[in-house]
Ligand binder design. Sequence first.
Ligand code: ARG
Length: 589
Amino acid sequence: MEVPFNLIEYLENLLKAEAKKTESFTEEGFTPDVKIAESHFGDFQANGVLGYAKKLKKNPKELGIQLLERVQQTPLFHEKMLQVELSGPGFLNFKQTPLFLCEWLKRYHDQLALKRAASSFYAGEKISIDYSSPNTAKQMHVGHMRSMIIGEAIQRLLSFCGAKMVRDNHIGDWGTQFGILIMAIKYFNYDLDATHEDALEDLEMLYKKGNELFESDPTYQEIARNELVKLQQEDSQNFALWQKISTVSYSAFQEIYDLVGTQFDVVLGESFYRDKVDRVYKELLETGVAQESQGALVVFHPNPNPAEKPYPMIIRKKDGASNYAATDLATVLFHTEVTGVNQMVYVTDGRQQDHFKYLFMTVDKWFKGKGYSEPKFRHAWFGTILGEDGKAIKTRKGTPIKLKELLNEAVERAYRIVENKNPTLPQDYKQKVAKVVGIGAIKYADLVQNRTSDYVFSWDKILSFEGNTAPYLLYAIARIHSIFRKAGVHIEFSNIHPSLFETPEEIALAKKIMLFAIVLFQTLEDLRPHFLCTYLYELAGSFSTFYNLNRVIVEDTSVRDRRLLLCKSTLEILETGLHLLGLETLQEM
Ligand code: ARG
């Protein structure tokens, strides 16, 4: 009998199937509702019998017993891998035996086996994920960090669980601001071809100055508008300038992506859709989803409060220009038709919740009207990073913190810590550790928070070796590596003959380990990486307790093997977990 990877999923399916064969359950509407048990009665609990019995006005205990008797005849229960009991008014309590735990670990103790098992979850799904997505002609600052970090983690998790991913960097590279910028470039004679140390900073400055001109005098408004029209008509000079702006911006972004290890499959900026919005307008008019209103093209969505006016989503401005919404609509069409995705995930700031809500509603009406098949949408939005004063994080001068500087500072600070802790490590290895710890600390601090909350950024906290931090987990991993190094044994884990787990710490650790499958799926259900972070931290804690109280390298090889199996499984899950979150790991630090 094969040991199931995700025991909750297994028990749910089993209970449903067995219930179908039981006369008292033939009515529709039975959901087993299996959860991790909080009590000492068992590891998992099915609560569904109770509600079902109530609905049918039957005795829940009787129904529970009937189901229990059937379940006991199934192989895993028959083979004493799992146990079930009826408790309370009609709960089913499930317990894993040491045999089950041992078989689970033997089967799923390395990354390959974990991935193979997990990949059934999203098999057959093709998912686009829109993350990072900064705007050109501006440097990335701290505000751009969360989309990149959370998006990277989500895409790795989905991919691990079997989805085909299309990682899309939807760069903001088109819009009215380029009229002003091009005007300023010309006015101040800025040479985009010359090499500038920080060209992106220059462009930011030029835009500011251009904007001052724009606001100061209608003549400049006219000039900027003309420059924009020329750009939109792809006038050769303006188009070339715009292209250079993109090139300069992309190469600055790439520096950051290289540093944090983010990659994309496609980089389709807003400009890519400039010739694709006409079809959107046409189809939205055809299907009656959009209407002309005061010269603009608008989709009206019902207001949740019916007494108030419907919410207007403008998709073409009065002057005929396309906007953010139009581009996003064209993007949906592109990804469903051309890249062939059936799900789309967006990772942005929480302030864009309304935008995406109305976007998804518009697509729903439009695609239904045209008979297109609709993708499943998910908006994984996030809160703000705060400074220690509780306000959006800023430099002392009150300007946004540049992302590049923040990342560099993390590596520098981590270097000082490594130097302090382990001065004898070779210089270049120290540098490597500093990078893994520094960048890892920034990423982990972001992921460990529920993404929808704001959080306070504190160097001391994120770089601490105590608490749920990257340094703590990286250190836990290095420690297990050193156990293997010191043991000096090479173990072929597919060939060991462990005895069954016995001590309370062994059993507690094994139970924690097998929860990985369940946590992975819960994390993806909600696209909330912090579930995985919490789990990894608890796993490292269970390991610590186990390791403090159980000697691993003992004479009895059957005991040694089962303990090494626990070490190995913990190590693989900690490493796999951190890699899924986008962190690198180390064997020694
Ligand atoms: N460029 C936008 C910004 O900086 C984010 C784009 C998000 N993606 C999208 N498809 N709208 O706010």
